[in-house]
Design a protein around this ligand. Structure first.
Ligand code: SF4
Ligand code: SF4
Length: 65
């Protein structure tokens, strides 16, 4: 776990749901719009599993304060 990072999903997301399935802390949900997923940064522990699971490389770990 990286304390000062969180996963962030960008516009490349095709809403396949693989990241949500891979997340050990259930931090990823389908957005209200239904066309992409989003990370609850308050829950994410920056394990990186979602980024590894994404088929379109839409998830990056970003620095947070
Ligand atoms: S980095 Fe880990 S904890 Fe954070 S959203 Fe991705 S799978 Fe979940
Ligand atoms: S795995 Fe990638 S493409 Fe699939 S829902 Fe997650 S961010 Fe979107």
């Amino acid at each position: 776990m990286v304390e000062n990072k969180r996963a962030k999903i960008n516009d490349n997301c095709i809403a396949c749901g693989s990241c949500a399935s891979a997340c050990p802390v259930d931090a990823i949900k389908l957005a209200e719009s239904g066309d992409h997923y989003e990370v609850d940064m308050a829950v994410c522990i920056a394990c990186g599993s979602c980024a590894s699971a994404c088929p379109v490389d839409a998830i990056k770990l970003v620095e947070v304060k």
